[in-house]
Design a protein around this ligand. Structure first.
Ligand code: ASP
Length: 441
């Protein structure tokens, strides 16, 4: 049994968090591969080490003294080293690293040191082997991950060391130059390690006990989703539920590795399991039919009218879509009627182009009239249990209607795991609360 356990920044923010990580790793001997982020914020006013490192880079680049920022970074690691009673000479390692840095040192190299120092400390603390991410995560010169080289190197290392701690967030080109993933990229490192080592599970330890059914800023203490499929997760994330780095999902899906989101501060909580599919559905999940609800504000609709549109509709649709393409406005939905259709899109994409686009539409020879309405919000009701079951949308619309929420648009994806409704933005929070209270509890 092999578990790859990735710990995020808040799980490593100070020595107390380090101690929690150690307890978690030691509680299960299959947690053999550990991936760590850089120390994150200890409280709201605190700084993430990665942010401080980006700041260092900016200072170095513009020849501004960066001693104060570097001291803040050193203090954080020294505190962890001392309080965890470790021997590693971390101040010397940090000082040496920065002595060798100059104006030409890349931002990625400097930013990546956060996870590197973090992994060095954690390796000693756990008694695991430190393995630098630059020694296995390999990028091609096109900037994309070279899976084959990465797999070979990781497997070689696995053959030598049974238990490793490796930094997340970066790797190297084959010439050794460091390249970082985008922010939050330690999730990707963990996912790649889990996929390449064919781990039984990839544990992503963070500061929440899994994925919540709904935004806690809208519904107080919502339930956690126990099990969700990757397709459902994609629908929820697309609509704003932020869980983990999007690129982390791909390697896991391909190898069907279950992903378990866990809370370092509440290790007994089983968290959320994400998989391609579940062999058996639990009775409770069957009854509930909704896995999660997510939503996004600030959409606009342009309604297009043409009397007796009939067969002219195809061409008119094409012309309108071409205009949207020309103006670079991403389309979210195209609800359509007999003599009209509408185009729904994010409001901020039209700001500077509003008048030009509207006048282009008004001047179109086949459009009788058109209007723009703003202040629309979209709500996605997601659940694999909704697929091919009669009566679900009826229940959803009835709950909203009974509570006087007017539905502006309706859409269902082809796989029937997502029903999306557009409502006026002033009804957004209420609509989400109504849906949650009616169907999620
Ligand atoms: N430390 C990096 C960041 O803050 C990467 C990560 O934590 O995943 O974005």
């Amino acid at each position: 049994m092999l578990k790859v356990a990735k710990f995020g920044g808040t799980s490593l923010s100070d020595s107390k968090q380090f101690a929690k990580v150690k307890r978690i790793v030691e509680a299960d001997e299959s947690r053999k591969t550990v991936v760590v982020s850089a120390p994150g914020r200890r409280n709201e006013k605190d700084n993430k080490i990665t942010d401080l490192l980006y700041l260092c880079h900016a200072h170095i680049k513009y020849d501004v003294d960066f001693d104060r920022v570097l001291d803040m970074i050193k203090e954080r690691y020294i505190e962890i080293r001392n309080e965890c009673s470790l021997n590693i000479d971390i101040e010397n390692i940090i000082e040496k690293t920065f002595e060798e840095i100059d104006k030409n040192t890349s931002q990625d190299f400097i930013a990546s040191r956060g996870e590197c120092f973090s992994a060095m400390l954690m390796a000693e603390y756990l008694g695991y082997q430190f393995v630098d991410a630059a020694d296995w995560v390999t990028f091609g010169y096109d900037g994309r991950l070279d899976y084959r080289a990465t797999e070979e190197k990781l497997k070689d290392l696995q053959g030598i060391y049974e238990r490793i701690v490796t930094p997340g967030f970066y790797g190297a080109y084959s010439n050794g130059e460091i390249k970082a993933f985008s922010r939050g990229g330690s999730d990707i490192t963990g996912a790649i390690a889990a996929a390449l080592l064919r781990a039984d599970v990839y544990e992503n330890w963070t500061d929440v006990s899994g994925i919540l059914m709904v935004d806690p800023r809208i519904v107080k203490n919502p339930k956690t989703i126990a099990r969700v499929t990757y397709d459902e997760l994609r629908e929820l994330s697309y609509m704003g539920a932020s869980v983990l780095h999007e690129d982390a999902v791909f390697p896991l899906r391909v190898k069907d590795i279950p992903l378990n989101i866990r809370n370092t501060n509440d290790p007994d909580n089983p968290g959320t399991i994400i998989r391609e599919s579940f062999e058996e559905e639990l009775e409770e999940e069957n009854e509930r039919f909704i896995t999660g609800i997510a939503g996004k504000k600030d959409f606009s609709i342009i309604n297009i009218y043409k009397n007796r549109m009939g067969s002219a509709k195809n061409k008119l649709l094409r012309d309108v879509l071409e205009l949207f393409e020309q103006y670079d406005i991403p389309i979210e939905q195209i609800p359509s009627g007999v003599d009209s259709f509408s185009v729904l899109f994010p409001s901020d994409c039209i700001k500077t182009k509003k008048y030009d686009l509207m006048s282009a539409l008004r001047n179109h020879e086949n459009i009788d009239s058109c209007d723009l309405s703003e202040g629309i919000s979209l709500i996605a009701i997601v659940g694999r249990q909704m697929a091919y079951r009669a009566g679900i949308s009826g229940k959803i619309f009835k709950a909203l209607g009974d509570n006087n929420v007017n539905i502006r648009t309706i859409e269902q994806g082809a796989d029937e795991i997502n029903i999306m409704v557009g409502v006026f933005t002033e009804d957004f929070e209420d609509a989400i609360r109504i849906l949650y209270e009616s169907f999620a509890i």
